[in-house]
Design a binder for this molecule. Structure first.
Ligand code: ATP
Length: 238
């Protein structure tokens, strides 16, 4: 059980290197139940590396990741997913030769419940129900992103982590995808979001962290960061 003030996700002084290149330096951040927390940063800042470290896909040389108070550092991805974390990866990583339905069902494999209820996912993204039997590789970019999110939700997570979900989407689809993330949060899901679409991401977030060259250089409420002139100049060009 989590204490009232205890974060759902608690990352403490995480250090990650590739060979002899250190990419994350003492990264400390947390996400409380019910929040949308966004990580902002330029290309190469280390955002994907951080996300992969949470899921045991990249090994930390120092520091720890706690989820619901349990130390999950160095655990394998399947164990981490069973604990209630689910990832929408940057490159979506769908199975293009499998149908929408088959991709969805793979997302729920870790539950082992037998009973599969997709009603809420189809309420969120009705197009997926219309396209159930279509091969994932033939979906449009926006539909593929919706499928990637829906597949991650099939694991019934308590924390959903999304790595640049709006990447490569048209402005209209960016709005559709980010609005759906906000809707999920309103329905009780906690969200950790990596985004380059700074304005829109901060508009739907409670708090945010700025990652620069592998270090957290700023953190604060989304509204404070959105009205900060340095942040606006650096990330919004205004
Ligand atoms: P982007 O927004 O462009 O996706 P990012 O903030 O997600 O960038 P990362 O992908 O985490 O950044 O990369 C951080 C640094 O680590 C970059 O310099 C990158 O070249 C390097 N890097 C990432 N993956 C590897 C790897 N497997 N081996 C070696 N270096 C890597």
């Amino acid at each position: 059980m989590l204490g009232a003030a205890e974060p759902l996700l608690d990352i403490r002084q995480l250090n990650v290197s590739y060979e002899n290149l250190q990419v994350l330096w003492d990264v400390t951040l947390h996400v409380h139940e019910g929040e949308i927390v966004t990580i902002l940063g330029a290309n190469g800042a280390g955002k994907t590396t951080l996300v992969q470290s949470i899921f045991g896909l990249t090994r930390a040389s120092r520091g720890s990741v706690l989820f619901q108070g349990d130390d999950i550092t160095g655990r394998t991805p399947d164990i981490i997913v069973r604990k209630g974390l689910s990832l929408v990866p940057e490159k979506r990583e769908l199975f293009p030769k499998m149908t929408v339905l088959e991709n969805l069902d793979l997302g729920g494999y870790a539950l082992n419940t037998g009973a599969v209820d997709r009603t809420d996912l189809y309420d969120l993204f009705p197009v997926l129900q219309e396209r159930e039997s279509q091969l994932a590789g033939t979906l449009s970019g926006g539909e593929q992103q919706m499928l990637a999110i829906a597949r991650a939700l099939m694991a019934r997570p308590s924390l959903l982590v999304l790595d640049e979900p709006s990447l490569g989407l048209s402005p209209l689809l960016v709005t559709t995808v980010l609005d759906s993330i906000q809707k999920l949060n309103h329905n009780g899901l906690t969200i950790l979001l990596v985004e380059q679409n700074v304005q829109h991401a901060l508009e739907i977030s409670h708090r945010a962290y700025i990652l620069e060259n592998g270090r957290v250089t700023r953190e604060g409420s989304a509204s404070d960061l959105l009205s900060d002139s340095d942040i606006r100049a650096a990330y919004l060009g205004i």
